[in-house]
Design a protein around this ligand. Structure first.
Ligand SMILES: [Fe+2]
Length: 204
């Protein structure tokens, strides 16, 4: 379940600093994984659902643990995607299937970027901005609070931006907008396009 990050902690400099990346990955993300594993063990979980399937199966757990399981499950799913999609490979120019559909639903990549930034600046409190796909394949930009995962609302997450203070505060303090703009330099459209094609196949 633990996705080993395939880059060194300096490689996202200057956009995301070494210390932030290390704490975010080794403390925050791995903390969610540990807590989720403990909760699943406590409940004697033996099934083999994928993490996103587990969101739909949350009712199988006793009511008293459900909230905590869902919270940590969301924490794992959201961070797993966030870390998967940022890299130092310089693949931040969209192409292929994902670009085709961004153009279809948002007019152009520039317009998508503008809408994504606007949405992320409107998030109140801790949470995320996502590009998601609904069950008909339509793309839209949504915000979720705390560790809510789009799977809980019937969406498949495609692109995620972590907007919790732990993802930027050490470097950017209150300048969230600079972090958001700089994050666009790190998103890896090779990985996003691959994931998008795979998710689209699961729908049609
Ligand atoms: Fe985070």
């Amino acid at each position: 379940m633990y996705i080993k990050i395939n880059l060194d902690y300096n490689s996202l400099e200057p956009y995301i600093d070494n210390k932030t990346l290390m704490l975010h990955y080794n403390v925050i993300y791995s903390g969610y994984i540990d807590k989720l594993n403990k909760l699943l063990k406590k409940n004697n979980y033996k099934d083999n659902y994928s993490l996103n399937e587990l969101v739909d199966k949350i009712d199988m757990f006793p009511l008293e643990d459900r909230g905590e399981i869902l919270y940590n499950l969301g924490g794992v799913l959201n961070h797993k995607l966030y870390f998967y999609e940022i890299s130092d490979k310089g693949n931040n120019i969209p192409y292929g299937e994902i670009l085709k559909d961004i153009n279809k639903y948002f007019g152009s990549y520039d317009n998508f970027k503008k809408e994504f930034i606007k949405k992320s600046l409107n998030l109140v409190g801790s949470g995320y901005t996502f590009l998601v796909m609904d069950k008909t394949g339509k793309l839209q930009i949504i915000n979720t609070s705390n560790e809510d995962t789009p799977y809980s609302y019937g969406f498949i997450p495609i692109i995620v931006l972590d907007l919790w203070e732990h993802s930027y505060y050490l470097k950017y303090t209150t300048n969230k907008e600079a972090y958001i703009n700089n994050w666009f330099n790190l998103i890896d459209f090779k990985k996003i396009n691959d994931l998008y094609i795979e998710n689209k196949k699961s729908l049609f």
